[in-house]
Structure formats: structure tokens, C-alpha cells
Design a protein around this ligand. Structure first.
Ligand SMILES: C[S@@+](CC[C@H](N)C(=O)[O-])C[C@H]1O[C@@H](n2cnc3c(N)ncnc32)[C@H](O)[C@@H]1O
Ligand code: SF4
Length: 413
């Protein structure tokens, strides 16, 4: 979720979608167009403290003051889920994936995430094999709360492990210890979660190759079946950026980040994980279907402050602040702040941007003349696999993945 949304056009106060988008949806439901999965994302904008590197839309209790609190949040989210149902009418749209992210969803009172999930189930229905994920900070859960999540229907947990080197966690201003992150994964597995992700951050100032090797080993040995690994991004306006600017910490070095990426890919591949998106690896069957839905251009409704949604080329985003969000919900209005209607050419650009990062690759049919020339050059340069290219898809090699962002720009120029 970008920290600064685009401007867009005003969104209607009742949340209504344009007739063209609903028409496209109806055509798909009637079998006359591509049938996409339907996902629900729920953003929980609360954290107990803010990590120095993080610019996500999240708030501590002290930052929010008296007006809103995490104890009343579930009812607001449930109200938006009901609004989503009204906007989408009685179309049959059983939900394939639910992802509760944050912030720290597991800071809500015990049982509230289950109530939110029950509202999704009541309003839309859940497919029998629906994937239901929540993010969790390692020190915000224990065996009892994880058991409750499992009992309430969650099928997957995603932990922010980040690193298992204490000095790296200290630079990141994380509140958990290395041992707590590993123990949380074990607790999740013990209460019956088959699917567990751990997030790692690499190239943090002061992190050595040996530190990252140990973090990877610990993540692999923890029992997780999915690892997301991202280079630390020094976001403007964060405490981390201020420390780098003052010279207290060195900046992230691109060449180090590239070395760490290769290190991650080698260690994870050796342990039976395969990459399926540039920054995501899974054991067979452990891929996150919700995120695959984003990357493939599926439809999803984003609930909560600052959440983004996408239905058939209409993209909208909610007001960012929890107080503004609560006010809209209390008035019975849509919390959408603005929206964009993507023209067919914009949809094609998005498709290229997202799909080129996937192991399944970008269908060459999505490219126009100059893009096709770039694709053939990319294969000649060893950045995409010749065999996949011969079958009509652009699939990046390891070197190509290291250059993915630049490569996307070239394809779209
Ligand atoms: C926003 S957090 C939400 C999950 C949970 N609150 C946590 O931190 O464990 C999701 C993930 O985004 C990643 N992330 C956030 N800010 C980042 C940054 N500046 N650079 C790299 N990764 C970042 C972290 O790996 C984190 O686990
Ligand atoms: S706990 Fe997660 S969401 Fe909260 S500040 Fe830290 S990284 Fe950001």
C-alpha cells in the first residue's frame, strides 16, 4: 500500500461503482469474460510502537489520543464489509482469499479478527478452500491467541521476523527478540497452521553476510512454508531516514542488497523453497494466493483506513486517518476518498508491471511492438529464460530478477 495515494477523482459518498465496472463483473459472472477470484483485504492501523523504518499507515495509542481505539475497530470494519455487500448487490461473489494486514492486526481484542472474518463469511460466503491470512508481530501472540485464530477460521499467519540477529533488530527498532520470532512460528504450527510466512529484511546497516545467513537458516528451520525477503527501504520521513541523514547510520548499499538477494535465493532454493514472485519464496503449495490475486489483476475489496480496492479497472482508496475513517463509517457513508478509472492502456501497463515479477511470467501478448523488441533483447542479455520465451512468456532469470525494476521501465517505454 503506497504511503502517498495518487490524486484521482472524488469517490461517491454511497460507494457506488461505475456501471461499466459492474457490467464487466456481470459479464464475467455469466461466463462472458475472464472470471477472477474475489479477495478481501482488511487493514488494521494500530501498532504498540512504531519501528524506525516503517512508513505504513499505522498509529500508536499515544498518536491517536482519545477519539478512536483498537477496541472499537472491528465494528467499523464490519460496517464497511456490509457496505461492500450493498455496493456489489446480490451478485454471487464467494471470497477466495482474506488477508488481514497492518499495522498489527493481532493487537485487536481476542476474538475481534474472528468477528471480522465472520462478517465476510455472512455477507459474501467463503469458498471451501479459502485462504485466510493474518499478519502478526511475534510478540503480539501466544499459543492461546493463535489457537483462537485457528478456531475462528484463519488458515495462515504471516510473522514479521525481519532478522534473528539482535543487533539488526535493534537498528530496526523491533520490540521482539530473535527467539520470540522462532517460537511464534513453532506455536502457530503446533496449533494447526499449515501455512506460515516469515518476513525478512536484508541489507540493514551493520548486518553481515553471516548475520543474514543465520536469519535465513532460522527462518527455514522454524517450520515456515513461505518467506518474503525485502531489502530495507529507507523511507522519507522515518526515524531511520533521519539517522541516516545525520550520519548516525550508513545508508543501504545497493551492491550489498543485490548480494543478499542472491544469498537468499540460494539458501531458500537449497532448502526446497522456490521463488514465485521476485521477493517471495514458498515450499510447494505454500504460495500466498491472496498476493497472487493482486499481482494477476484480480478483484478485491480493501477495508479500513487507507486501504486500496480494485474491481474491474476501478481503483479506489479510503481516507487514511482512523478518525476520518470512523467518522465516515458512523455517518453510514463510504470511507472512499478518491478513485481512478483505469483506461484499457493503463490496465495493460499494470499487468506488465506486476506480472513480469512472477515466476509464471508475463505473456508476451501483453506487450506492444517496442516492448516485444525489449523482451527479445532481455532474453539475449541472459535476463529472461529462452525456453519460456519460446513458449510465449517472459520469465526472469536470477540476474533479471536483480534488475526487475529497471527492466519493467524499459518494457513500458
Ligand atoms: C507493514 S508490516 C506489517 C506486519 C507487522 N506489523 C510486522 O511488522 O511484523 C509488513 C512487512 O513490511 C515490511 N516492511 C515495512 N517497512 C519496510 C521498509 N521500510 N523496508 C523493507 N521492508 C519493510 C516488513 O518486513 C514487515 O514485516
Ligand atoms: S510493527 Fe509492522 S506495521 Fe507496525 S510499525 Fe513495525 S513494521 Fe510497521
Amino acid at each position: 500500500m503506497p504511503s502517498t495515494p495518487p490524486e484521482g477523482e472524488p469517490a461517491p459518498r454511497d460507494g457506488a461503482l461505475p456501471a461499466a465496472a459492474l457490467g464487466e463483473l456481470d459479464a464475467a459472472l455469466a461466463g462472458r469474460g475472464p472470471r477472477h477470484g474475489f479477495g478481501v483485504y482488511v487493514h488494521v492501523p494500530y501498532c504498540s510502537s512504531r519501528c524506525g523504518y516503517c512508513d505504513f499507515n499505522t498509529y500508536t495509542a499515544a498518536e491517536l489520543g482519545e477519539g478512536v481505539s483498537r477496541s472499537t475497530y472491528a465494528d467499523q470494519a464490519i460496517a464497511e464489509i456490509r457496505l461492500a455487500r450493498r455496493v456489489l448487490g446480490d451478485r454471487e461473489l464467494p471470497v477466495a482469499t482474506v488477508f488481514v494486514g497492518g499495522g498489527t492486526p493481532t493487537l485487536l481484542p481476542l476474538g475481534d479478527l474472528g468477528r471480522i472474518l465472520a462478517a465476510v463469511r455472512d455477507e459474501f460466503g467463503l469458498l471451501d478452500d479459502a485462504e485466510v491470512t493474518t499478519e502478526a508481530n511475534p510478540d503480539s501472540v501466544d499459543a492461546r491467541s493463535l489457537q483462537r485464530l485457528r478456531d475462528d477460521g484463519f488458515t495462515r499467519v504471516s510473522f514479521g521476523m525481519q532478522s534473528t540477529a539482535q543487533h539488526v533488530l535493534t537498528v530496526l527498532e523491533r520490540t521482539h527478540t530473535p527467539g520470540r520470532a522462532v517460537a511464534s512460528v513453532a506455536d502457530a504450527r503446533a496449533v494447526g497452521f499449515e501455512h506460515v510466512n516469515v518476513d525478512l529484511i536484508y541489507a540493514t546497516p551493520g548486518e553481515t553476510e553471516a548475520d543474514f545467513a543465520r536469519s535465513l537458516d532460522d527462518a527455514i528451520a522454524s517450520g515456515a512454508d513461505h518467506v518474503s525477503a525485502y531489502s530495507l527501504i529507507v523511507e522519507d520521513g522515518t526515524r531511520l531516514a533521519a539517522r541516516v541523514r545525520r550520519g548516525e547510520l550508513p545508508d543501504v548499499v545497493d551492491a550489498v542488497a543485490a548480494d543478499r538477494y542472491v544469498q537468499a535465493d540460494e539458501a531458500l532454493a537449497a532448502a526446497g523453497f522456490s521463488w514465485y514472485e521476485v521477493s517471495n519464496w514458498a515450499r510447494p503449495g505454500g504460495e500466498c494466493r491472496h498476493n497472487l490475486g493482486y499481482w494477476r489483476g484480480d478483484d478485491w475489496w480493501g477495508v479500513g483506513p487507507g486501504a486500496h480496492s480494485h474491481v474491474r479497472g476501478v481503483r479506489w482508496w479510503n481516507v487514511r486517518h482512523p478518525v476520518a475513517y470512523a467518522e465516515r463509517i458512523a455517518l453510514g457513508e463510504s470511507p472512499a476518498q478518491a478513485r481512478e478509472l483505469l483506461a484499457p492502456a493503463d490496465r495493460l501497463v499494470e499487468d506488465v508491471l506486476l506480472r513480469v515479477r512472477l515466476r509464471e511470467g508475463l505473456p508476451l501478448a501483453a506487450l506492444t511492438g517496442p516492448g516485444l523488441d525489449v523482451a527479445s533483447r532481455v532474453v539475449d542479455d541472459g535476463l529472461a529464460e529462452p525456453a519460456a520465451y519460446a513458449m510465449g512468456r517472459l520469465v526472469l532469470t536470477l540476474r533479471g530478477r536483480l534488475l526487475a525494476d529497471a527492466l519493467v521501465r524499459d518494457l513500458l517505454d
